[in-house]
Design a protein around this ligand. Structure first.
Ligand code: 6PG
Length: 267
């Protein structure tokens, strides 16, 4: 922890590391990626990572592709999956995998065979979900257990969703399937998502949350009553290891235990 980082312990709901701003958030995320993948490769020869979608991870990806970070990552020993995907083609700007390839993976020496996007080119979302679950089992060599990622990166929407576990959807409570393909009514769109058992099996599970728009929801998720169906981010409870929230000051502003941060930070 450095001088510009404050750590808040919210028990089973996780440890919150507060950094000054969006750039510091991206940098902290990139450093986490470097550390977690290097540790996994040192321990087990490979690092299995689930990337999140949305806009928050974009700057982290740019940093990881930069001269400052690129050569610190064991790209040849990394398998990349995604926590969720929109039902769009890879070349669509809405594609989580497509955007990660364009911002990061096409710019680093990761073997293409180790990049595992959800196959949205197939005919039906359910087929894509089945194929993705099969790919997970094949790559992890897990015939009937739950694949255990070394690093799971997650974002949180201002409605409390994470991955594509949206409020009021049955996927939040899914305990058997590894992947769910479902229509999210509020989006009027189909999404595919890893389920809580997979996300919670991660050795390191890290949320990246930035911006004032997330502040009220972050407070509700961390400090409010447990209501997983309304705040699916509360479904993320790693089975073995801490849940870490990397957040910027704007997103942390409503946390009652971070109130004094503005004085400490002089902000
Ligand atoms: C997606 C996600 C989603 C995302 C949150 C936060 O496909 O959109 O994976 O869970 O992480 O919506 O998105 P932002 O980073 O854009 O705020």
């Amino acid at each position: 922890m450095n001088a510009t980082q404050t750590e808040l312990d919210f028990g089973t709901r996780g440890v919150v590391r507060v950094v000054p701003d969006g750039e510091a958030l991206a940098r902290a995320a990139a450093e986490t990626f470097v550390r977690a993948t290097a540790a996994a490769v040192a321990d087990r020869g490979m690092a299995f990572v689930a990337l999140s979608g949305g806009s928050t991870p974009k700057r982290m990806g740019e940093l990881l592709a930069s001269d400052e970070f690129r050569d610190r990552v064991p790209w040849e020993q990394i398998e990349v999956f995604w926590g969720d995907e929109r039902w769009v083609a890879l070349d669509d700007p809405q594609s989580n995998a497509g955007e990660a390839m364009r911002a990061l993976l096409d710019k680093v020496p990761i073997p293409p065979s180790r990049v595992n996007p959800i196959p949205t080119e197939v005919s039906e979302p359910e087929v894509a979900g089945f194929m993705y679950a099969t790919q997970l089992r094949t790559v992890f060599g897990e015939t009937d257990g739950v694949p255990r990622f070394d690093l799971v990166l997650l974002g949180m929407g201002d409605d409390g969703h994470t991955a594509s576990l949206f409020p009021g959807t049955a996927a939040i409570r899914e305990q058997e399937a590894l992947v769910v393909a479902h229509r999210v009514e509020k989006l009027e769109a189909v999404r595919l998502t890893l389920t809580p058992p997979v996300l919670n099996a991660g050795r390191e599970v890290v949320f990246l949350v930035g911006g004032a728009a997330k502040a009220a929801t972050l407070k509700a998720v961390l400090e409010g009553p447990e209501k997983v169906d309304e705040l699916p981010s509360q479904a993320i409870r790693p089975t073995d290891g801490p849940l870490v929230w990397l957040v910027d000051e704007a997103a942390a502003a409503a946390l009652s235990r971070a109130t004094d941060l503005s004085h400490a930070g002089g902000g």
